[in-house]
Structure formats: C-alpha cells, structure tokens
Design a protein around this ligand. Structure first.
Ligand code: 5AD
Length: 463
C-alpha cells in the first residue's frame, strides 16, 4: 500500500442535507491537503461513500456500492476506500470485516477528523472513527468548507436527535443533540453572505429544537437574528418538528419577508392512533392548528411533509385518515415512504401486525396519485404569477435556466437575451404548470413587482 497522499478523490453522497454538508466538509479537508476532486470514480485514488441508513434499501445499497468500488480498486491497487455516514456509524469495525478492501470508517460526528484518519491509514492502520464526541471536541472549521453550488449556503445549527420516534434510526446514527453556539452560527452565516450567497439554509434533524448552549435562546430568537443580517435575501431551515414549533417561531414568518414562504413539516401519518404508536408526541389536531397559524402568518406559504405508509398496525382506516389529512392541508409536495424496519428501533417490538408489502405498495401509489392531483392544481393556480427566482442551474434546452421560487418550487424558464449567473435572482412570470415544476419566462422589465398578480386568465391547456 502507498504511503503517499492520494491525488484525486471522489465523494458519493446519499441521504439528507446533513450528509450533503458533511460531504462538503470531507471534500474541503482533502482539498486543503492538495487532493483534488474528480467526477469519475474510476480516476480516483480515494473514494468516500457517504451513506444513509434511514431505510433498509439505502443501507443495503451502501454495501453493494462498496462492492462496486472494490472492483475499481482491483484495477487501481493504491486506491483508498472510506466508508462514511450513518451506515458507517451503525456498522463500525464490522464494515472492515465485511469489506476486506475497505480502508477506513468515519461516522457523521467524526467528519472533521478525515485528515488525521487518512494519515493513520497511510501509516498502515485501518482506522474506525465512530461514536459521538462532545461538541466542544469536534473539529468544525468553517473556513474548511468547500461550499458546493453557488446558490445555497448550508449551516448546521444542531446535530443529532433526542426524539424517540419508534421507526427512526437517526438518534443512534447521529447521536444525542448537540447545539452550536449562536455566535458561531451567526459568524458562519455572515461568512457565507460575504462570500456571495443569497440563500442560507439552517440545518438540523430537529432544527427548531435548537437552543443556544450559553444563553438558552431558542430557535425563534435565532431566526430573528439570522433573518436580520444585512444581505440575506432568502432564509430556509430544515427539518422542523411539529410539536416544537412555537407561536414565536410562527411570528417570525410574518416579521421577516426574507424567511421563505416554504416549510418542511413532517407529519408522518394522519391517524392519531398511528402517531401515538410512532411516539411522535402530537396529534393531528395540533398539526392542523399549527398549519392554520402558519398560513395566517404568511400568504402563499407552501408546506411539504414526510409520510410513512404501512407502519405496523396501520389499518385501512388509519391510511384513509392520512389521505384525508393530505386533502385538507394540500401540501406543495409530499415525500412518502413505505415503512422499513430498522435495527434497534422500537416499532418492531410493538407487537403490531405487519402491513403486507403489496398492501403498503398499493397505499403508497394511492397516496401519490392523490398528491399529484393536488400538486397540479396548486401549481396551476400560480400561472400568471410573477416570482423572484433564485437560479440554481442551466436548463436542459438552450436558452433556458432552472431555479426555485421563494416557495421552493422548481421553475424552468427562458432567460431572454442575457442569462443571469447561477445564484442570481431574476424575475420570472409563470406560464405553465405541471405537478413537479413550473415553466416560465424571465421578465424584461426589472421593475415589475414580484408579487402574486391577480391575473384571472384561464388556465393553459397542458399537453
Ligand atoms: N421507514 C420508512 N421511512 C422512514 N423515515 C424515517 N425512518 C423510516 C423508516 N424506518 C422517513 C420519515 C422521515 C424521513 C426522513 O424518512 O418520514 O421524516
């Protein structure tokens, strides 16, 4: 095995925004060492697989992916393979046994130690860095972050999770909650704004459960402080826990127009019985009440949610309650999953009858088709409206670009004679709408107000 540092690295990322940011942290440490990224895994001397274990399928995929990388390694014997993320945390040293060519293992709370781990590997060890050091012992250097993409700056405010949802593996893979101090968070956001980011996304598994370790200030205070920063045009945060969403947090939506009118608020089920078995600690009544208050605080608020179908013991009636909730709330988007039993979680021990896979499949499809109808209707109601769109990429066809409205909808638009840069804001009029995206045209008059117009023209025919 080589004692030289690798020259090229490749990172593959699955899962949540936390993993996305962790991959940026991994990449940056390598670049500080002069190791450069490549888009082609077969050209890499170091491959990092940042895995997700939230559902069984993703966890399985991690091992089959490692198997594929082992084949590449047979062609490039000096290649190193590092296993990162939540499956790596879960498996620890076991992964080294299962995958003989694996070089090291890093859990999510140890991401800041990559350089030391790499050094250890070059000295001949096969390091396993898992577990949850105290926040004050974690390396978190904001200058050591290669921010990918130029439109969204992500800032972790709270790591880990203290909830005990009976289906969820995250508390055991990301450990107990660790709050970052308010001073560090504000400094990092300012750093990103100085760098030119216009949109900031605050991250945490339970982002609105954040508390400042020094002053005990809560997330409402943080929202207020961050949204007040000069130059911040768009503020988003993910993921909020319904029970922890206080009225003061709702009030911030009304107070700060730069807080995007978009909120991801996982409900998981529309049945109080199932919510109880899931250990979510709220009822649908609380959820509906929160949704009402949020909607009253901000016009045009788009909500998205996560739903699990086929949780053990979920009856047809429970599932119908979920469909009713979806019809009532009318989410802008829904991420729905079939229940997947995870090791060490409480749900499999509830002694509830399993929902047969074919039935869970059927429920999922029923849910998707209801949601598609709702989504199409909601999007079509936006035709004729004008939005400030944050450009996220070039479009698939010449002359077009893609971006996000403030309510986080994807919009493809014709940019006119002058395209704008990725990360810029342009004013776009919506001309057509589908279930998953809007189609529009950049406005030529920059002084056109970006407010929802009162246009009542008939909906276009979608072919
Ligand atoms: N099975 C299916 N879906 C799950 N999720 C979390 N754990 C499981 C599981 N065991 C879903 C939840 C969560 C989202 C990130 O993943 O809906 O909000």
């Amino acid at each position: 095995m080589t004692k030289d540092l690798p020259k090229r690295f490749f990172v593959e990322t699955w899962g949540c925004q936390m993993n996305e940011l962790d991959s940026q942290r991994l990449s940056s440490q390598l670049m500080q060492e002069g190791i450069l990224p490549t888009r082609d895994a077969s050209q890499a001397d170091l491959i990092l697989l940042n895995s997700c274990s939230v559902r069984e399928k993703a966890a399985h995929k991690a091992y089959s992916r490692l198997g594929e990388y082992r084949l590449l390694k047979q062609q490039r014997p000096n290649m190193l393979i590092g296993f990162c993320g939540c499956v790596a945390q879960q498996e620890g040293a076991q992964a080294l046994k299962r995958v003989p060519d694996l070089d090291f293992v890093i859990g999510p709370a140890r991401v800041g130690e990559l350089r030391q781990i790499l050094q250890q590997r070059l000295l001949g060890k096969r390091p396993v860095a898992t577990g949850f050091p105290d926040a004050s012992d974690r390396n978190y250097d904001i200058d050591l972050l290669s921010r990918e993409g130029s439109h969204k700056g992500m800032v972790t405010i709270i790591e880990g999770c203290n909830k005990k949802c009976t289906f969820c593996i995250v508390p055991s893979t990301r450990g107990p909650e660790q709050n970052r101090p308010i001073g560090d968070i504000l400094a990092e956001v300012r750093h990103l704004l100085d760098f030119g980011f216009r949109e900031i996304e605050l991250l945490g598994q339970t982002v609105n459960h954040w508390r400042d370790p020094g002053t005990d200030a809560d997330f409402a205070v943080l929202l207020d402080r961050v949204a007040s920063l000069e130059g911040l045009e768009r503020l988003r945060f993910i993921t909020s826990y319904p029970r922890d969403f206080s009225q003061e947090m709702v009030n911030q939506f009304a107070r700060h127009p730069n807080i995007c009118p978009y909120l991801h608020l996982p409900v998981q089920s529309g049945s109080d019985r199932v919510l109880k078995m899931m250990g979510r600690g709220y009822t649908t009544e609380l959820y509906f009440d929160l949704v009402d208050r949020l909607r009253n605080s901000r016009a045009g608020l788009a909500l998205s949610t996560d739903i699990i179908v086929g949780f053990p013991g979920e009856t047809q009636q429970d599932f119908q309650a979920t469909l009713d909730l979806i019809s009532k709330v009318r989410f802008a988007s829904v991420y729905a999953f079939k229940y997947s039993p995870r090791p060490g979680t409480a749900a499999p021990r509830l002694n509830q009858p399993e929902v047969p896979l074919a039935e869970a499949d059927r429920r999922l499809q029923t849910l998707f088709s209801l949601q598609k109808e709702i989504q199409t209707e909601l999007n079509q109601a936006l035709v004729g409206d004008i939005f400030d769109v944050l450009i996220t990429s070039w479009g698939k066809t010449p002359g077009t670009q893609t971006g996000r409205t403030p309510c986080h909808r994807v919009i493809h638009f014709e940019h006119g004679s002058e395209p704008a840069a990725i990360g810029d804001l342009v004013r776009v009029k919506v001309e057509q709408a589908y279930a998953h995206s809007l189609i529009g045209r950049a406005m030529s008059h920059s002084d056109t107000p970006a407010v929802r117009s009162q246009d009542t023209s008939p909906l276009p025919i979608i072919t």
